[in-house]
Design a protein around this ligand. Structure first.
Ligand SMILES: *Cc1c(COP(=O)(O)O)cnc(C)c1O
Length: 368
């Protein structure tokens, strides 16, 4: 039950510190009462700080995919350009089609990012009223240049930018307001290092305006009630109170620890540690390489290609890491299962823990 912290490196869910998990044990309170209002009031500023926004942050009792669907239902009028470069960005396109929206699907090869100039060309004459993207595409370890893409999206008249920041938020810079993003969402179980079950989202004022005009928002994922409720320090439906206790404990920890920028910097240092290992140390000798190019690598998940034609396959490497050293890492995702491994260095992990993991990975790769 009490395995030492620092061995669980899945790219979500991430390892949860014992004291954060423990915070969930606090007793229930009336979800329509003053105590819940006080709790939501205490969460307000720290959540805005994590999203870098002045707008209220919605808290939904759902996994992140729930708010991906909310983004589509509330943000797409008729036609959406979906930037697909991996399984999660692809999910946006699937949701949009399932919600009856017209989808223009743009694809680049797995491991590549979308560039702003490319998006500008894709948007021109597309007739799309919105664009979706995954900031950090967890299946390939790619970090899309969202700030630059946002500039070309914002320059197009009345086109909204809906961003999945599930593995970037709280692990690398996400500037919701400064970048002009219309909807940004994340889940509790990634870089925020909380148990799974909560999703968080922020909508721009013009997104809410558009949402009010859209007929098919449904009920549970209609953002208007979320917006109206949070402004009164309430939630439209029963909140996942225990998870919110853990959230408060974690946001307090982040603040006491030096704030969100310091958290970003620690993730960047973990990424740099893996990069150095792959470029110059044992990783290079063993024939490993990054799937994404330099400058387009996620700060929270490193997706590494195993030597081509080698015996080591993603699933087997992940299994051996567990069997021999008690580490959990990710095999490749979907089509990349055999050819890559993914190290989720996100949440509350440290460079020292990454260092130890890389030592174990070296041993495993030498032996398979
Ligand atoms: C994990 C993940 C999701 C899906 O989150 P759920 O909480 O499983 O719904 C979506 N997008 C990205 C980029 C992710 O990493």
């Amino acid at each position: 039950m009490t395995a030492p912290f620092g061995k669980f490196f899945l790219p979500g869910p991430t390892e949860v510190l014992p004291e954060i998990a423990k915070a969930q044990e606090a007793p229930m309170i009336g979800h329509r009462g003053a105590k819940t209002e006080a709790l939501l009031a205490r969460l307000d500023e720290p959540l805005k700080a994590a999203f870098r926004t002045a707008n209220p942050v919605y808290i939904a009792a759902s996994s992140a995919t729930g708010l991906m669907e909310a983004a589509i239902r509330n943000g797409v009028r008729r036609k959406v350009l979906c930037l697909c470069n991996g399984s999660f960005s692809e999910r946006f396109a699937k949701i949009a089609a399932a919600c009856g929206k017209e989808v223009v699907k743009a694809e680049v090869p797995m491991g590549q990012a979308f560039e702003a100039e490319q998006v500008k060309a894709l948007l021109a004459n597309s007739g799309a009223d919105s664009v979706t993207a995954a900031h950090s595409e967890t299946s390939t370890g790619v970090l899309n240049p969202i700030a630059e893409i946002a500039q070309v999206v914002l320059a197009a008249p009345d086109v909204f930018f809906l961003v999945d920041a599930v593995t970037s938020l709280a692990g690398s810079p996400v500037e919701t307001d400064a970048w002009g993003l219309d909807f940004v969402l994340t889940g509790s179980q990634k870089a925020l290092a909380l148990p799974p079950g909560l999703a968080f989202g922020v909508a721009s004022p013009r997104m809410l305006e558009r949402a009010r005009t859209l007929p098919d928002r449904g009920i549970y994922l209609d953002l208007i009630p979320y917006d109206e409720a949070i402004r009164k320090r309430q939630t439209p439906y029963t909140p996942a109170l225990s998870l919110m206790y853990a959230l408060e404990a974690q946001l307090n920890r982040i603040a006491a620890d030096g704030g969100i920028e310091k958290r970003w910097a620690r993730h960047n240092a973990m990424r740099e540690r893996v990069e150095k290992w792959v470029a110059k140390e044992a990783g290079a000798k063993l024939g490993l390489a990054y799937l994404p190019r330099e400058g387009r690598r996620s700060w929270t998940v490193s997706c590494l290609k195993l030597p081509e034609g080698g015996k080591a396959l993603g699933g087997a490497v992940a299994k051996a890491m567990d069997a021999k050293f008690g580490y959990t890492i990710g095999a490749g995702y979907g089509k990349l299962k055999d050819g890559t491994i993914r190290i989720g260095h996100m949440g509350d992990h440290t460079v020292a823990e990454v260092e130890a993991l890389l030592g174990a990975l070296e041993e495993v790769l030498k032996s398979v």
